[in-house]
Ligand binder design. Structure first.
Ligand SMILES: Cc1ncc(COP(=O)(O)O)c(C=O)c1O
Length: 357
């Protein structure tokens, strides 16, 4: 059995050792004679998995006692609606640095006033604002931003300092670098990149922020109800939570977020250097805003795109096509992508450029 290097933006590669462990435990989880998928979510077996996954995430991210962790469904996309539905009273501020933050503001506008306080559309979403470009935003219900734009590969190298509650879509960068959770009032992240399989969204929220939210009509989508029911207001996606728990354990074994961040910085540097030095590939994002997780690039001659993708697939370097809306290439190099995979991609790119340049 040999595994491909999978550069998919999400669902994304999972650590091989996690998949092996899940496979070994599949038919008989902890002597139960059943898989974890087949047991009641209200029982001890799953209860331990749920508590362990929350405890590990808290340890990994150093989550303070002021914040709660819970799991929801509906993907990060559902959060685009749920956030304004809970917190938008008079007006909310949004920063737009790419397609996901654009979707977030467009969705919020169905709920009230969502003001775009900064947009990088004028650079085709190739940069993020400077810290000084963001005002204090005193009169806003919250500021929403996307620390890492998955499609354009644009990253904020800092956390905005504002006087409004801070809400962030960490779907494609959670657990990839250390953050000070106490600066945020609401963090959400779809699981299918750095956490596990699709099916859950991790929410990390300041307790008082949620306690003061607007009342909702649907308990299963109400933050305080889901939190108070310990993520089990109804049947949760048990297998997704089980796998997330294993990924968290794997990450702790790697030395935690600080250690993986060092690897991520190194992997990204290797790849960006290879692109910049090639004269054949290019990445349009401003240097200081380049993503550590998603590296989009184009070939000098786009008529070679399909050949590049075909040959890459043959070399078991998979899912390198850019997002369908932008084309080109994108290598997503999340936590689970080993440096070996990045080096294999760089070798391949080098050979391809030599042959076709
Ligand atoms: C930054 C970001 N936000 C939101 C989403 C949407 O996530 P989902 O498909 O889980 O709704 C994605 C998906 O890739 C994303 O990368």
């Amino acid at each position: 059995m040999s595994r491909s290097f999978n550069f998919c933006a999400g669902p994304a590669a999972l650590p091989t050792s996690v998949l092996e462990r899940a496979s070994a435990e599949m038919l008989d989880f902890k002597g139960s004679g059943m898989s974890i998928m087949e047991v009641t979510h209200r029982g001890e077996l799953f209860g331990e998995v749920l508590q362990s996954s929350k405890a590990r995430l808290k340890a990994l991210m150093n989550i303070p006692d002021t914040h709660d962790v819970f799991f929801m469904q509906g993907g990060a996309t559902a959060q685009f609606s749920l956030i304004p539905s809970h917190f938008l009273r008079s007006k909310a501020a949004y920063i737009t640095t790419g397609q996901w933050s654009q979707k977030a503001i467009q969705t919020a506008r169905a709920f009230g006033v969502a003001e775009e306080v900064y947009s990088s559309a004028d650079s085709s979403f190739c940069h993020a604002p400077e810290a000084a470009d963001i005002g204090s935003l005193d009169s806003f219900d919250y500021l929403h931003y996307t620390p890492n734009e998955t499609i354009g590969g644009v990253r904020f190298p800092y956390v905005p300092e504002v006087n409004a509650p801070l809400v962030a879509d960490f779907s494609s960068s959670i657990l990839s670098e250390t953050i000070d959770v106490s600066k945020f009032d609401f963090i959400y992240a779809g699981a299918q990149k750095n956490i596990g399989p699709a099916g859950i969204v991790v929410v990390i929220a300041r307790r008082s922020f949620i306690d003061n939210a607007l009342p909702q009509q649907t308990a299963v989508f109400e933050y305080s109800s889901v939190r108070d029911a310990d993520s089990m207001l109804n049947t949760p996606p048990t297998y997704s939570i089980y796998l997330a728990n294993l990924v968290f354990e794997w990450l702790l074994d790697q030395g935690g977020v600080e250690a993986i961040q060092r690897q991520n910085v190194r992997k990204a540097e290797l790849l960006y250097n290879a692109i910049d030095e090639s004269g054949f590939y290019s990445n349009p994002v401003q240097l200081k805003n380049r993503s550590l997780m998603n590296v989009p690039f184009v070939l000098r001659d786009s008529s070679l795109d399909s050949k590049f993708l075909e040959e890459a697939e043959r070399a078991r370097l998979c899912n390198l096509a850019g997002h369908r809306s932008v084309g080109g290439m994108r290598a997503s190099i999340y936590n689970a992508m080993p440096e070996e995979g990045v080096l294999a991609l760089i070798d391949f790119m080098h050979e391809f450029a030599k042959k076709h340049g």
